[in-house]
Design a binder for this molecule. Structure first.
Ligand SMILES: Cc1cc2nc3c(=O)[nH]c(=O)nc-3n(C[C@H](O)[C@H](O)[C@H](O)COP(=O)(O)OP(=O)(O)OC[C@H]3O[C@@H](n4cnc5c(N)ncnc54)[C@H](O)[C@@H]3O)c2cc1C
Length: 479
């Protein structure tokens, strides 16, 4: 595999190009900045999936409501325009929400998360939005070293314990896995049915067009500098509303109300050139499932509709919690991900990487996502998706819309829907620096060490339990 040879257009540095933007030519329509003093029933800060889906469901449920969305840059500037395109029928940290609930309730909540994927597909189809939505399921594979098989079997047991059914997730043996995808060392996999993929920029574009057509007031290049007393203010204007929704997730650095509660974690992605039929024959992936490898350091990919591989891996946290606005990543960053991909699929050895980019996802201090309505403050927020926000932002946006309108549904009664008097009452604050950074480095180092040992298939009886102890200790200290 090489870096930077594009077949259809020439890209000097592949590490400075978001494939989703490069592959979707949007019309030049842009939205004017917010100016003067405006009024709305609901004003939403942040034009990513959370903000746009919240506006979408508010308009669906209450067409007469006056909704405004205020975006600092352009719609989809944050994680929503840069992610890996997985639509996951689950949420990160689910076990924290399900803790103590009875089996029937847990199973119903797992079904709700799985159905959320179908609901996204149905919403797009009803609205005639072509965002390359494709439900091919997910392969959680053991395909690099033998110990991964044990990790994936534990993961399957964990999913069943949470409340996911046998139909939703099941074990594939090496032959069954190889029928679907030709990994270098196919030991087996957990197949999850309720996972889809989409083209993030096409989704942003489709949502924005529909919202504009339905009368939602959309503002770009309007950075909100304060949220206070049901008013959001930028340098040039303000919107007064009954409810202010903060939908800034990993890009919340400038909003005092939220920035210590949800912090940015960096995540990097690469895309290959379009692969030839011969290469696809060697790889498989005919039904376009997503794939992820058993590693706490995370890597994940999928085959796009136009025949490329998009592959993300290995996030990190930077001192000071600054979100990544510039998508540029280095050749070394690309090369590390390229090597991981070739390690899984040797057939990719000579394929070019044509795009590489980075962005920031949001991590809440409770390590679980939330949808919060703080009625007395007139504030609402959703986020903390920890890198699994493409589907979750749809669910949480829909939930927020129902909560704001005072509706009662299975979603507004879910354990991740909080009705509080203040945001601070519900979401904890992160520790000050450098404690956060030190904790993140320790955890990442322990994960990397564990993986290095396992991949060399070395059984070091004292070191592995030691690392587990270190992880557990950190997890409980920072809980
Ligand atoms: C590289 C990467 C890969 C990922 N891959 C996946 C994946 O494959 N599957 C998955 O489920 N999840 C994935 N995620 C996570 C997912 O993309 C996010 O959880 C989700 O998009 C968050 O949407 P959001 O609308 O809440 O936040 P964002 O999309 O980050 O939007 C926040 C918006 O708020 C705006 N904003 C910030 N401050 C202000 C202000 N002061 N005034 C006005 N506007 C402001 C920002 O400009 C931004 O547009 C990935 C994330 C990254 C970074």
């Amino acid at each position: 595999m090489t870096i930077g040879t594009e077949t259809s257009s020439t890209i000097d540095s592949p590490g400075n190009s978001i494939y989703w933007s490069a592959s979707h030519m949007e019309p030049a329509r842009r939205f004017a900045p917010l100016e003067g003093r405006q009024q709305a029933d609901v004003v939403i800060v942040g034009g990513g999936f959370t903000g746009l889906w919240t506006a979408w469901y508010l308009k669906q449920l209450a067409p007469d409501q006056h909704i405004a969305v205020v975006e600092a840059e352009c719609f989809g500037h944050g994680a929503s325009g840069r992610n890996g395109g997985w639509v996951i029928g689950n949420i990160a940290g689910l076990e924290r929400h399900l803790h103590g609930l009875d089996t029937d309730t847990r199973q119903a909540l797992c079904r709700m998360l799985g159905d959320n994927v179908d609901d996204i597909g149905a919403a797009l189809s009803d609205a005639d939005i072509d965002a390359d939505f494709h439900k091919g399921g997910a392969l959680n594979v053991a395909a690099r070293y033998a110990a991964q098989q044990g990790l994936q079997r534990s993961y399957l047991a964990h999913l069943h314990e949470l409340g996911f059914s046998d139909r939703d997730c099941r074990w594939l043996n090496a032959d069954e896995l190889t029928m679907m995808a030709r990994f270098r060392r196919p030991f087996g996999a957990v197949f999850q049915r309720q996972v889809a993929t989409l083209h993030p920029r096409k989704l942003i574009h489709g949502l924005v067009q529909q919202l504009a057509a339905s009368g939602v007031q959309l503002y770009e290049h309007s950075r909100v500098t304060s949220v206070a007393e049901r008013r959001v203010s930028t340098h040039e204007g303000s919107v007064q509303a009954q409810t202010v929704v903060i939908a800034t997730e990993g890009y919340s650095e400038q909003l005092a109300n939220i920035r210590r509660h949800v912090i940015p974690v960096q995540s990097l992605v690469i895309a290959t050139e379009p692969l030839t039929n011969a290469t696809w024959d060697a790889l498989g992936l005919d039904s376009r499932p997503t794939f992820a490898d058993a590693s706490r350091l995370i890597n994940y990919g999928h085959r796009t509709r136009d025949g490329r591989l998009v592959f993300g891996a290995r996030g990190n946290y930077q001192l000071g919690a600054h979100p990544r606005h510039d998508p540029a990543i280095s050749d070394a960053d690309i090369d590390m991900r390229r090597k991981l991909l070739v390690d899984m699929f040797p057939a990719l050895e000579d394929v070019a990487v044509t795009h590489g980019w980075g962005g920031s996802l949001g991590l809440s201090r409770s390590f679980r996502p939330h949808a919060i309505l703080a009625g007395k403050q007139g504030l609402a927020t959703a986020g903390g998706y920890a890198g699994e926000g493409v589907a979750a932002s749809h669910l949480m946006g829909r939930t927020l819309a129902e909560m704001i309108l005072g509706e009662d549904s299975s979603r507004t009664r879910a354990p991740w829907a909080f009705h509080g008097t203040s945001l601070q009452e519900v979401v904890k604050r992160w520790e000050p620096e450098p404690l956060r950074w030190l904790a993140a480095q320790t955890i990442l180092t322990s994960y990397a060490t564990e993986e290095a040992l396992m991949s060399r298939e070395r059984h070091l009886p004292l070191i592995s339990p030691g690392l587990s102890w270190l992880n557990n200790t950190f997890a409980s200290v920072i809980e």
